[in-house]
Ligand binder design. Sequence first.
Ligand code: PRX
Length: 659
Amino acid sequence: MSDDEIKSFPEKKRMFYPPRKFVEQANLRDPSVYSRATSEEGWEIFWEDFAKDLEWIVPWEKFIDTSNIPFYKFFVGGRINVSYNCIDRHLETKRNKAAIIWEGEPEGETRVLTYQDLYREVSKFANVLKSLGVGKGDRVAIYLPMIPELPIAMLACARIGAVHSVVFAGFSSQALAARIDDAKAKILITCDGYYRRGKIIDQKARADEALKHLKEAEIDHIIVAKRAENEVVFSEKDLWWHEVVMDSSQKCTVEKMDAEDMHFIIYTSGTTGKPKGVVHTVGGYLVYAYATTKTIFDLKENDIYWCTADIGWITGHTYIVYGPLSNGATILMYEGAPDTPHKGRFWEIIEKHHVTIFYTAPTAIRLFMKWGEKYLENYDLKSLRLLGSVGEPINPEAWWWYHNNIGGGNCPIVDTWWQTETGGAVITPLPSLTPLKPGSATKPFPGIFVDVFNEKGEPTKPGERGYLVIKRPWPGMLRTLFKDPERYVSTYWSRYGKEIYFSGDAAKKDEDGYIWVIGRVDDAIKVAGHRLSTMEIESAVLEVKNVAEAAVVTRPHEIKGNEIVIYVTPKEGVEADEEMGKKVILHIREAIGAIATPGLVVFTSDLPKTRSGKIMRRILRAIASKDEIGDLSTLANPEIVETLDNSVKRGVSGVIIAG
Ligand code: PRX
């Protein structure tokens, strides 16, 4: 959201109050939950009550250990298994309830796995992993698309205490290799191929290619799930999923995990080129996923819950797999794109499966808005009772469109602010209790202490811009960065000292205490809701032959929220041309993936720099966004600004040679 949009906080009359019909049936109706959860005596009890809903092998002795901050521990001394709590715990009462309803991209392909099916498949696969020598603490890389084998593999790891690192299926081979190397995974789980926009993506070939790039890790085996039946090249290391599970036992005892044992690693973009391995642990993460899913989504026994995220991102980990399954819910999983084979596909799926809760991203909502209401006409969306949004600020226009057209004017929208690092939603409405202001993620979840600080570490006044911070630890928080505890401390716990979590986001509070998130203040960027790093993209561009310098910025984009713009200076004596531009784009796709494809590449003989040689990205951003350029007095080479500005004004997208 732009500063201008935020300046005019919506008037009160634009507030949306939870409809009576919704409130009457809601799980949480007592507003005192907020004061109880944030009171000194009530804080621990609030979290412990959720923890008590789960089954512990050994109960915890202490809620929190603060003896070595910021390395907090939760549910100290407790032993628990995530897989057991997501599956076995429900068998007695929900054995034949659908756990996963899966919809393939080709129409007509549906698979339903009951809790009993999930129990069997997870146990079998867990035994396969064990037989291949995978034990507690070993890392397993998973490079699977949205097929049931993905949650099965994750839950199988959790069952035996192995640590999964799920890598988004759309990442490139090189990105996969970097993540396997960092985690030193010894098993890779992938598939032959999968469907995306009507085409088969050859995933196995990409996995094979990744192995060629490995520098440190040694993969013992690749387990390949059969999905698209495309032809694959098999080597000695490769095993077919369906063959190895065939004779595997359906019983697999669960590993008694310490609450603070590592559950998974998930890589996210950071302030340098190297992705950060965010570490989540077993007990606190599960309690957090369970508690937030139950309350924010007001889950009921008969809900059909659809979160459209990819499980390759944290949203999918927490709000497709661990949160809903620990609640015994029915989740819907869709393999493909929203416009395949037609632009009404999502609505068709909602009607077909009677989806009641729908959680998606603003970038998707803007796309639907652009396509128009005609794609909704043929479908009955009346089953929906609650909507959600995540990943970036939702602009009020998109909010109202979502509310009126998808929610039929009466579904609350939970706009949830959180991060890979927070494990689950941190700022969010409770749908039956919080009046909504379109564009604001509203208020902190009960038991969470959020504020907006100025440079000096003081809380800002209403309307003042500052940094979003969390003032007390919470069970779902990351515990460290894999193999890099110093970076954990310096990234999150240094800006305002070791007791204040620094989110990296700018925000404002309004006079009602509602929080308005503005966006990132570091070099992380959000493109179509995906978190990328400008440094990561710059290092990829610098690998291209004849590139001397590169600077990556974003400009606003109607659908994606932001779009990548890259300025490149070729080496002395090299003439940049369209061909070189294509090479830059291709290389970014190879190094990171299609999600990082730039909207514009600008070749220039020089970049605006300060006298000490620092690239002025602020100016490059203003040029790309066609904004006011502002003060140029600190520049060593102000003349380049006009040249660049004139050239960018001429070009819309693609490759531009400035000058
Ligand atoms: O800038 C915030 C934005 O997404 C960042 C976290 O990205 P990631 O780790 O990929 O996790 C995304 C899924 C939770 C945040 O620092 N962000 C996320 N949700 C919102 C948001 N910005 C505004 N409103 C939101 N609801």
